[in-house]
Design a protein around this ligand. Structure first.
Ligand code: MRU
Length: 352
């Protein structure tokens, strides 16, 4: 499996694949500080909601690794400032915000614990951050299992199934295995995947650059399509289900994901194809009740108008480049989490 994040827990060093260079070059970048973490997230050298949270938090672990902590309260306020800064790198994915809250709750608890020394407090922070790597892979494997079982239960008569995915939700977007691509992986492991169709995912081409790279690397039977081919794909090929990831899911099931997800969901509904959102609980935002409350990031126009440094759009044209859209809950068949598959109306119960 590809490893987007390499963290050495012996000496606290962190490297990430520069995803802007893929698929042509596999080059790791060293992350030495929170500033470096913010930059790779903001420039989208690392991307994908879980990966953003893990790399952001690990950049903090790297920064505090050698710090000699003597004052717990001061340390906590330093951590809080750095976490707030990291969250500001990209606004839509909720995972990094939720992880920050967990870390701050842990910090408050440790501040109040008279038996915990400042250096022990720092070590507990680091341990918590490092544990995200293993947890994410375990969660993704559970998502893969629940998702593939659920989809296959509806396709018992079929020897194998065709799926469609959008954007990149695999090893490059997570600590490993992937969310929606985790479901695809589990389907392949069960010997029941016929073809995974994948969209190019304009304008940043996470599909043709990253998902295609992962699928070729894994030797899966995968076929790339233009974003504009989805309706025709549903007409011409027998697609059993769409599996996508999420950047933030509201409590009613409305889902923010890569721009283009909403139109695929509309088309899936029209063609009677099941549409699944595959996301760890860390992507579900219990503080919001509907998708209207999600801030959608707008990216620079250059990401649309240039390809590999060459201008492809007519000079002078104005551009709107939202990075995500909101798929309303009524278009979603199920939300596949590490705890099981929920209909949007039952999503609240995943926190019980
Ligand atoms: O802009 P990106 O590449 O960070 O967007 C990524 C997505 O929209 C993914 O589908 C989502 O983060 C889930 S990744 C497991």
């Amino acid at each position: 499996m590809l490893q987007a994040i390499k963290f050495n827990s012996e000496n606290g060093t962190l490297e990430v694949i520069d995803q802007l260079l893929l698929p042509h070059l596999m080059k790791y970048i060293k992350i030495n500080s929170v500033e470096d973490g913010w930059n790779v997230i903001n420039k989208m050298q690392v991307r994908g909601a879980p990966c953003i949270a893990i790399v952001g938090a690990l950049s903090l672990a790297v920064e505090i690794w050698k710090e000699n902590v003597t004052d717990k309260k001061l340390f906590l306020s330093e951590i809080e400032g750095k976490l707030n800064y990291l969250i500001s790198a990209r606004p839509t994915a909720v995972n990094i915000k939720k992880e920050s809250q967990t870390l701050l709750e842990l910090g408050t608890e440790l501040c109040n614990d008279n038996n915990c020394t400042p250096q022990e407090m720092k070590q507990k922070f680091i341990d918590r951050i490092v544990s995200m790597l293993e947890k994410d892979i375990a969660d993704n494997k559970a998502i893969g299992k629940f998702g593939s079982e659920s989809i296959l239960a509806k396709c018992q008569a079929l020897k194998s199934v065709n799926l469609l995915t959008h954007c990149n939700t695999g090893s490059l977007a997570t600590a490993g295995y992937g969310t929606a691509l985790g479901v695809v992986r589990a389907m392949q492991e069960a010997g029941r995947l016929n073809t995974i169709f994948l969209t190019e995912t304009r304008p940043y081409n996470q599909g043709s650059r990253l998902t295609a790279f992962e699928m070729v690397h894994e030797k899966f039977n995968a076929t790339l399509i233009c974003d504009s081919s989805v309706a025709y794909l549903f007409q011409k090929k027998h697609i059993q289900a769409v599996v996508v990831g999420a950047d933030r899911v509201a409590l009613n099931g409305d889902t923010a994901n890569k721009i283009g997800t909403y139109q695929i969901a509309c088309l899936a509904k029209h063609h009677g194809v099941d549409f699944y959102v595959c996301a760890p609980l860390s992507s579900i935002d219990p503080t919001i009740t509907s998708g209207d409350q999600i801030v959608i990031e707008e990216r620079p126009e250059r990401e649309m108008t240039y390809l590999n440094g060459s201008r492809i759009a007519a000079p002078g044209i104005s551009v709107w480049n939202p990075a995500f859209d909101i798929t309303p809950a009524n278009l979603i068949t199920g939300i596949i989490t590490e705890k099981g598959v929920y209909e949007p109306k039952d999503l609240q119960s995943c926190f019980e």
